[in-house]
Design a protein around this ligand. Structure first.
Ligand code: NAI
Length: 253
C-alpha cells in the first residue's frame, strides 16, 4: 500500500485509532494533516510522525464546525490538493438503556459522529470531484451493524455512517471518488477502554467480550489503521461504498 506524494487529512488524530492511522498513512508516504480538538495530543501526533522521518502538520479542528472544516480543507487543497480524508473523530456515551439516555447526551453523540462525518464529506467532495480522484474512509463501528445493548445513541450514529457512506460513494463514484467505511470491533485503546472502564470489573467485562470474537481477542489500534490505509490506497481502487468489518470475526457468528 503506497500513498507516495498524496495528502491525507485525518480527524480525531490526537489519540487512539486516529493517531495510529495518521502514522500508518505517513509510513505509506502520505503528507498527513493531523486534526483534532485536542491541540496537545494533535501536535504530539504530528511531532511523532516528523521525528520518524514522515511529513505532518497539525490543524485544530472540531468536526462539528462545518465552516472551519471547509476552511481547513480549502487551505490543504490550495497547498497540495487533498487525496485522502479519514473521518475518524468520534465519541461514545455512558452505557445505558435507550430510555435513560438524555437528549443532551444523544445530540452530542449525533453531532460529533454524524454531523462530523457529514461536514468532512461536504468539505472534501467538491475538490475531490473537481480533480476526478480521491478516497474517503469513514470510521463507523461494529456497533453500527449489530444490535448493541446500552449503546443506543452510539449505535444509531454509526449505523447512519454506514449508510451515508454508501450514499456518498454512489454520488461521488461517477467523478472518480471512492468512499468506504471501516467497522471495528472493540480495540485495546481509545473509546473501547472507556467502555470497559465503565464496568465495576473492567477486566471481567473485557474477558466476556473477548469470548464473542472468533479470534478470542480484541483488536489492536494498528489493525484498524491498516484496514483504513488499505481502503485509502489504490490497492482498493475498485472498492467503494463498502463497510469493512475489522472485528476479529465477531459479526460472522
Ligand atoms: P479516542 O477517544 O482515542 O479518539 C477519538 C479522538 O477524537 C480524540 O483524539 C478526540 O479528541 C477526538 N475528538 C472528539 N470529538 C471531536 C470533535 N468534535 N472534533 C474533532 N475531534 C474530536 O477513541 P478511538 O477509539 O480512537 O476512536 C476513533 C474512532 O473509532 C471513533 O469514531 C470511534 O467511534 C471508532 N471506534 C472505536 C472503537 C474502539 O474500540 N476504540 C471500536 C469501533 C469504532
Amino acid at each position: 500500500m503506497q500513498l507516495d506524494g498524496q495528502t491525507a487529512l485525518v480527524t480525531g488524530a490526537a489519540s487512539g485509532i486516529g493517531r495510529a492511522t495518521a502514522e500508518r498513512l505517513a509510513d505509506a508516504g502520505a503528507r498527513v494533516v493531523v486534526t483534532d480538538v485536542d491541540i496537545t495530543g494533535g501536535e504530539e501526533t504530528a511531532d511523532r510522525i516528523e521525528s520518524d522521518g514522515g511529513s505532518a502538520t497539525f490543524h485544530e479542528l472540531d468536526v462539528r464546525d462545518r465552516e472551519t472544516f471547509l476552511s481547513v480543507v480549502e487551505a490543504v487543497d490550495q497547498k497540495s490538493g487533498l487525496d485522502v480524508l479519514v473521518n475518524n473523530a468520534g465519541v461514545g456515551h455512558v452505557p445505558k438503556p435507550v430510555e435513560d439516555i438524555t437528549e443532551a447526551e444523544r445530540e452530542f453523540v449525533f453531532d460529533v459522529n454524524i454531523s462530523g462525518v457529514w461536514n468532512g464529506c461536504a468539505a472534501a467532495l467538491p475538490t475531490m470531484k473537481a480533480r476526478g480522484s480521491g478516497a474517503i474512509v469513514n470510521v463507523a463501528s461494529l456497533a453500527g451493524v449489530i444490535g448493541s445493548p446500552n449503546l443506543g445513541a452510539y449505535s444509531l450514529s454509526k449505523g447512519a455512517v454506514v449508510n451515508f457512506t454508501r450514499t456518498v460513494a454512489a454520488e461521488a463514484g461517477p467523478h472518480g471518488v471512492r468512499a468506504n467505511a471501516v467497522c471495528p470491533g472493540f480495540v485495546e485503546g481509545g473509546l473501547g477502554e472507556q467502555y470497559f472502564e465503565s464496568f465495576e470489573d473492567p477486566e471481567a467485562a473485557r474477558e466476556r467480550s473477548r469470548r464473542g470474537y472468533a479470534l478470542r481477542r480484541l483488536g489492536e489500534l494498528d489493525e484498524v489503521a491498516d484496514a483504513i490505509a488499505f481502503l485509502a490506497s489504490d490497492a482498493a481502487s475498485f472498492v467503494t461504498g463498502e463497510s469493512l468489518m475489522v472485528d476479529g470475526g465477531f459479526s460472522i457468528q
